[in-house]
Design a protein around this ligand. Structure first.
Ligand code: PMP
Length: 422
């Protein structure tokens, strides 16, 4: 049992000595005080158990305190935590090779960082050095990090400040077929796809045409003739599990490459099997990025991030030295490596439980008018509450069908209560 400070005292410290912003975004009138975790479960300081459907924003990929990952971490803690990355220690090389094997050719060179923001910062730097161009394009609604550089990539007002954020970043319209300007409701028949298959005419999506036209307009007016990169999440995470119409990324990648830019997939949330049928979200779009950035689920919550790119782009660092004190440390690499060892079954589980959940949620969408849309892939799910915001579901990938049933029962009850109170 928990024997630490009282809840009042903890709240007091949180208000006075921690980032005050976190009080604003706890989403709860009464915050939850978490004391312990095991797989898909969390316990609060009073011993009350919770089913975790958020996993620290898709971060705890293979379960809280996953026993195999914890055992690996414990062993590595006793052997070696840290040394300079200029030495060769087996954990980094072993993990880099293991990770590179999971990406298609020619994505084979791995750079380690400590977070997603750092990975995206590095990706921008490399894209600029490689292409010799400066301008970077991202989608509105995206979240790519909170560093000064990544804040420019991010296009979500909650995370913007009234100071100049990094120069050369431009945000184009997000091809959102639910909220977007050009609709595309005909493109959202099935709730369980990475991309939204379109039935408006065979192989052709009219909403997609409009979003591509908008991008071309941006090329004609807002950015120079040559650009450095285009960044996108395969399914927008913080933006609300937003899926793009079929061919959007494919068409965009082609246009960006014609402008001399490289294409970067931010897999911080969608990577590592979360979308179920594919290990990487970009694979669901049938595209091959020039660079992939990752973090969160990579090490089940242990701070780590990475950029994986081609040998040719990696050479762009030229004579400069890129160094990161903690990036790729032996402990993080050992943890990340054991995450991959336990991951396989989790990916299948993402498909199975995720598809089941979305199919059941789609039934609620048809029954209750406040649920406007159900979308996602695997265990990256969005339920659009029409009167309010998006309900995001991204649990540890070890949740079971019974857990899904428990969630569906609680969620249905909550929606029913809301409808009755109106
Ligand atoms: N990219 C995406 C898609 C993210 O969701 C996040 C974090 N929410 C980041 C980048 C930034 O990662 P970090 O918080 O580790 O810097």
């Amino acid at each position: 049992p928990y024997q630490g400070m009282s809840k009042d005292r903890l709240l007091d410290i949180r208000k006075n000595n921690c980032n005050p912003m976190t009080m604003k975004v706890t989403y709860y009138k009464k915050p939850v005080f978490i004391n312990q975790g095991y797989m898909q479960w969390l316990w609060d300081v009073d011993g009350r158990r919770y089913l975790d459907l958020f996993a620290g924003v898709a971060t705890v990929s293979v379960g809280h305190c996953n026993p195999r990952v914890t055992e690996t971490a414990e062993k590595q803690l006793r052997r070696l935590w840290h040394t300079t990355a200029i030495y060769v220690y087996p954990q980094m090389q072993e993990y880099a090779e293991k990770l590179a094997c999971l990406l298609p050719d020619p994505l084979k060179v791995v750079y380690f960082t400590n977070s997603g923001s750092e990975a995206n910062d590095l990706a921008v730097l490399m894209a600029r050095l490689y292409t010799g161009n400066f301008d970077v394009i991202t989608l509105r609604g995206s979240y790519h990090g909170g560093s000064p550089q990544a804040t420019g990539l991010t296009s979500n007002a909650d995370y913007k400040y009234p100071i100049p954020s990094s120069m050369g970043c431009h945000n184009t319209m997000c091809p959102d077929v639910f909220r977007g300007l050009w609709g595309g409701s005909h493109c959202r028949d099935s709730p369980v796809q990475t991309i939204r298959e379109c039935s408006c005419s065979p192989g052709h999506c009219q909403a997609n045409d409009m979003y591509i036209r908008e991008l071309k307009e941006m090329f004609a007016t807002t950015v120079p003739n040559r650009i450095a990169a285009f960044f996108a999440e395969p399914i927008q995470g913080v933006g609300g599990a937003v899926q793009f119409p079929k061919n959007y990324l494919k068409d965009t990648y082609q246009l960006v490459r014609e402008k001399g830019g490289i294409c970067i997939a931010d897999e911080v949330q969608t990577g590592f099997g979360r979308t179920g049928s594919h290990f990487w979200g970009f694979q669901g779009h049938n595209v091959l990025p020039d660079m992939v950035t990752m973090a969160k689920g990579i090490a089940n919550g242990f701070p780590m991030g990475a950029v994986v790119t081609t040998a040719e782009i990696a050479r762009s660092f030229g004579k400069g030295v890129h160094f990161n004190t903690f990036g790729g440390n032996p402990l993080a690499c050992a943890v990340a490596s054991s995450v991959l060892d336990v991951k396989d079954k989790m990916q299948e589980n993402s498909t199975e439980v995720g598809t089941y959940m979305m199919t059941e949620l789609a039934k609620l969408r048809d029954k209750y008018e406040i649920i406007g849309d159900v979308r996602g892939k695997g265990l990256q799910i969005g339920v659009e509450m029409v009167k309010d915001k998006t309900f995001r579901i991204k649990p540890p990938m070890c949740i079971t069908k019974d857990d899904a049933d428990f969630f569906l029962a609680v969620f249905t009850q909550a929606v029913q209560n809301y409808m009755e109170r109106r």
